[in-house]
Design a protein around this ligand. Sequence first.
Ligand code: G6P
Length: 585
Amino acid sequence: MCGIVGYTGRRRAAPVLLKLLKILEYRGYDSAGIAVANQERIDIFKRQGKVEQIGSASLLVGRTGIGHTRWATHGAPSEKNAHPHAYGKFVIAHNGIIENHALLKEECIARNETFISDTDSEVIAHLISRYYEDDFLRAVQKACVRLEGSFAIVVLSSDHPDKIVCARKGSPLVVGKGDRECFVASDLVALSSETDQAFLLEDGEYAVLQGAQPVFYDRELSEIYKEKLRFDPVFDCADKEGYLHFMKKEMNEIPSVLNKTKLSCVPEKDFNDFYKVLCQTEYIHIVACGTAYHSGLCAKYALESLCRVPTEVCIASEYRYRNPIIKPRTLVIAISQSGETADTLAAAKLAKERGAYLAAVTNVKYSSLTRLADCVLETNAGAEIAVAATKSFNAQLAVLYSVALLRKGEKEDFTEFAAYAQKTLDSAEAVRGWTPYFLGAKSVYFIGRGVDYCAALEGSLKLKEISYLPSEGYAAGELKHGTLALVDENTPVVAILTQRSLAEKTMNAVHETKSRGARVFLITSLPDIAANAEATSSVLIPACREEFTPILSVIPLQALAYYTSIARGNDPDKPRNLAKSVTVE
Ligand code: G6P
């Protein structure tokens, strides 16, 4: 899973490639590299680590080049495994997984070819080299026929220093056209920083970038016409604006994001269809991964309790292989901040193939998910750069709660929530004082019931992602069936209590952990609970409609993860081993 880019045109390639790669870093940052062709040779510069590690590559001379930012699948994150990979006259960058790479590699080794890296990708350069006679494009096509799995590839050849050949199957690739220049990238967000004209490459298609105009070919290499897409910039800017970390900046944007929330469709004309489907729907399936999955769980509680529509929430990687039962009048909602998560896309595709109406809740215009969906409900949270999702979660909840209210025939004004969120952010600063109790913890538990349980799951995920502390989110009533055995002296337990009718029940679990020596921290909208003397510390948040409280209660949990991460010396924006969106399964 990775980001790939290419440039050919009137400017020096290297600075453009580095700029585009920086935007694609959300897809991985284990290593980065670029290759730039000039009339004499192809120079490759690659390093382990983030794109900033290859900053000096901006000096490479040449007007045609490719680049890559990696999230390791096959082969450890290291310089030798960093892309681009070269063999013979060819240099490639690849996004995806070549499933038959071992077999192909054996074949090459039997031909006395040697490999430098442990990746599944290097074999692509070997195959192209084998099939090359004098036709660059034909050689790439012959190689692609041999590849199983998913790929988007960009290729340079020292015989053709002003040409890039691109191919895709299963992994995204978009081509852009500028003023006497062409671009290729894994997504439109990267392209939109340079041009407003793009062509979407489909599976089995090829593109040749040379001069001012890209040329497209089908599987058999017959030239094809592709419609040009004109698009607006996707995000204005992604700047820290004086904050130390993007994560903190993005949390502080939650009130303004909620202030902007308005349920609408893109394009707007689809809204009537969506409304009709929503009113008639008898079942809702929600598919998503990670934090988006947790927003789906929160939505289930609201949809079932307010609208009485049976709602199933499924982790996308399970749904896609589970042969789900999709009855007529099923609305499928795919939630994805990036709109690029491979498992979510596959689950959404499956649901659509089986006849479901597909609504997408996403933050990124023109993403793969928006192109697949029957209707797009945009979250409009603005660029989210920190890997751990924060404001996009709150924005997803605002949209999903609005969907529930629409079905119920009620109107809710989320601007009111903006003020509550601001108050919550202010009180959440107190969790900074909690971090000494968490730093050396063997494990941390987050507990709650009902919607508080959903918030607990998200709080635990946040802490794991950026502080690397083992933690679990648990249904408070379930603790006593096993997990309580793990609670001992000083185990931090964070309890979330926002529903009056369940508060006493959750407090029972709190007492049970406390009598085993746990240190208890409370996040609550109930003043009497906040005053509970048994807790080491409490944060009181504003009260709101009970079904919707995760939109606020998650804020101190995000803050807790953030401050713990910093106290442990981590980079909360770019946690180890993770990526902002996971574009391989
Ligand atoms: C990755 C990220 C998570 C995110 C998940 C789903 O695992 O690290 O923060 O929640 O992908 O991403 P999506 O873009 O589909 O919401």
